[in-house]
Ligand binder design. Sequence first.
Ligand SMILES: [Zn+2]
Ligand SMILES: [Zn+2]
Length: 129
Amino acid sequence: MANYQTTQRKILFEFLQSNPDVPFSAKEIFEKLSDATISLSAIYRNLASLELYGEISRLIKEGSREGFYQYINSDLCRNSIHLICTNCNKTFHLEPDEMKRMIQRIQKSQGFVVDNSKTILYGTCKYCK
Ligand SMILES: [Zn+2]
Ligand SMILES: [Zn+2]
């Protein structure tokens, strides 16, 4: 049983990993993985544990109570601040120099050290404005 669960988690993780920076709801994942015979409840359960282990991030989409999950753990992602458009749900990386300047400014004025790998800014992207 434990092994069976691990296999499901692996399928789920590999799916998210192969689509970095794309947020999916549990239901969307369920539809995409319909061949893999993984139940919706198993998806919810495994998403929760992957989130707990810090492998994936859960995002909030405006106007929706559904959680969205995405893999932001690639090397590029780990060193980026993510900008998420609450309209189209697309994710962008903050330009590295811009990010450094912002982090330095906050550290200087607030004495606060921003953990960029955990920071997500929500807003409207240039395509949706
Ligand atoms: Zn990313
Ligand atoms: Zn957008």
